[in-house]
Ligand binder design. Structure first.
Ligand code: GDD
Ligand code: MG
Length: 319
């Protein structure tokens, strides 16, 4: 059975100040951390062994995920003292994997509903070196552009171009045959997108695309983060409240809002299209609209917060 590496070590610069004390993959989307959504997705594809490739704020993952048994998984942690880049992180995390099975690699800030089992199946049927999940977007400039030929072979890998040659992009979920790991230098800073993939393609390695346009989002920008949470909540209803949070019956939650575990929402509060992380207290009659409230925040009675990030006692307009 395949194992998985989750790349969760980036700085999350575009999401400051939310990412000052919380690594981007630990930010809450629809009531749970992004990484937990990914664990659930990997588990659904039958994967139970996971390595978290951590660096920035690495110490934040272990208290939450532990050994993974709560999710019926085995989780290990690879820590880079200084970030090794996406390729270096994969190589470093793979030291903990002792298996000749396929390795699934997930960018830690992507939520995807694509059929991972089918991606793995095609990878193995093709005896591929790497199989990349590809999807189509309107504006490909912020992504890796990945043209393919009529057999689904990747013909080029062009990370972040001004004039994209195709709107078919790297969706940040790869299946690796372990034999390709040796093409990544050990303990070095390497970008899989700018170095490893272009080199593999140039050398004629069997690099395939798995094209599927299922629900897909990279939560790495403020707008995308907010939109993703609202969309996921709305699949099930107009709002979501974690089982052990207490919301006064007179409070109103609307527009895809979510309240994570350990929160208290007082009477008359109105929360619209917002994310409330764990252990927050929302005072009586407070209004929170289109905003992200970081874990442990106390929102004063009657406060009005709109289109803002609330973190570390700061209230910052969403850029
Ligand atoms: N462990 C570790 N170490 N993880 C890292 C490092 C590192 O040095 N650098 C980045 N990461 C993790 C980030 O935490 C994130 O989860 C993932 O790698 C991708 O990094 P981003 O910084 O989010 O990259 P991007 O969004 O600009 O581009 C990437 O994702 C796109 C799809 O969303 C590329 O893979 C693009 O080709 C792709 O289209
Ligand atoms: Mg990203």
């Amino acid at each position: 059975m395949a194992t998985a590496i989750l790349l969760v070590g980036g700085y999350g610069t575009r999401l400051m100040p939310l990412t000052k004390n919380t690594p981007k993959p630990m930010l809450t989307v629809a009531g749970i951390p992004v990484t937990e959504h990914q664990l659930n997705m990997a588990k659904a594809a039958g994967i139970t062994q996971i390595v978290l490739a951590t660096s920035y704020l690495s110490e934040l993952f272990t208290p939450y995920f532990g050994d993974g048994s709560k999710w019926g998984m085995q989780i290990q942690y690879a820590v880079e003292k200084t970030p090794l880049g996406t390729g270096g992180a994969i190589r470093n995390a793979a030291k903990l994997i002792n298996s000749s099975e396929s390795i699934v690699i997930l960018n830690g800030d992507v939520l995807s509903s694509h059929n991972l089992s089918e991606q793995i199946r095609q990878h193995e049927a093709n005896n591929a070196d790497v199989t990349l999940h590809l999807t189509q977007v309107e504006d490909a400039r912020a992504y890796g552009c990945v043209p393919t030929d009529s057999d689904g072979r990747v013909t080029d890998f062009l990370e972040k171009m001004d004039n994209p040659v195709t709107n078919q992009i790297n969706a940040g979920c790869y299946v690796f045959n372990p034999r390709v790991l040796s093409s990544i230098p050990i303990d070095a800073v390497v970008s899989v997108e700018r170095e490893t993939f272009p080199l593999l393609v140039k050398n004629g390695a069997a690099v395939y695309g798995y094209v599927e346009n299922a629900y897909w989002v990279d939560i790495g920008t403020p707008q995308a983060l907010m939109k993703a949470s609202v969309e996921i909540v709305k699949r099930h209803g107009d709002f979501l409240i974690a089982a052990n949070s207490v919301v006064d019956p007179s409070a109103q939650l609307t527009g895809g809002s979510s309240v994570a575990p350990g929160c208290q929402v007082a009477s008359g509060a109105r929360i619209q299209s917002s994310i409330i992380e764990s252990n927050c207290f929302i005072g009586a009659n407070a209004q929170i609209i289109n905003s992200f409230v970081s874990r442990g925040t106390k929102v004063e009675e009657g406060a009005k917060i709109e289109s803002s990030f609330v973190a570390n006692q700061e209230i910052v307009p969403i850029p």
